[in-house]
Design a protein around this ligand. Structure first.
Ligand code: FES
Ligand code: FES
Length: 173
């Protein structure tokens, strides 16, 4: 029996402990915002946070996340008002959307560690998140915009309280 905390909720898993965490999240926990891209740790589409660290869910066995806190795109904010999600919407970052949940999770991890990143710091932190639609310049601009937003809550930079924006674009299912 593996105990996990996913988006603040305690969960248990009785299956194969070597199963990729991505399978657990999508197929067992029904959290389909996290995407399968390459399955080899190369594209970043499956990026989640494990104890606040950006992590490739496709390469992480469920057992490695035992007793740890997992955050997926669905858990970033209750209503899509995390400053990064708001900036993503305001700057119309996504094109097809497939990579964007992973991009947002990496961006949030960067801002939690480096609240005012330079272009070079953004490029280095986002280097492992590929976007076949080439939205890189808008991603960089949105990270700068989110860095200027005032966080209202502590986790991952917090959710804005003064925005009426609806739920963020979280990629396709
Ligand atoms: S699906 Fe995990 S890095 Fe590509
Ligand atoms: S928005 Fe299409 S792959 Fe990034």
């Amino acid at each position: 029996m593996i105990k996990l905390k996913v988006n603040g909720k305690n969960q248990q898993f009785d299956g194969d402990p070597e199963m990729p965490l991505l399978w657990y999240l999508r197929d067992e926990a029904d959290l389909k915002g996290t995407k399968f891209g390459c399955g080899m740790g190369l594209c970043g589409a499956c990026t989640i946070h494990v104890n606040g660290q950006p992590t490739r869910a496709c390469l992480t066995p469920v057992s490695a996340a035992a007793n740890k806190s997992i955050t997926t795109i669905e858990g970033l904010s209750p209503d899509g008002t995390h400053p990064v999600q708001v900036a993503w919407q305001e700057l119309d970052v996504p094109q097809c959307g497939y990579c964007q949940a992973g991009q947002i999770m990496s961006a949030c991890a960067l801002l939690a560690k480096t609240p005012k990143p330079t272009d070079a710091q953004i490029d280095a932190a986002m280097n492992g998140n590929l976007c076949r639609c080439g939205t890189y310049l808008r991603i960089r601009a949105a990270i700068h915009q989110a860095a200027e937003a005032k966080p209202a809550k502590a986790e991952n930079g917090g959710a804005r309280t003064n925005s009426s924006s609806p739920n963020g674009r979280k990629g396709t299912k």
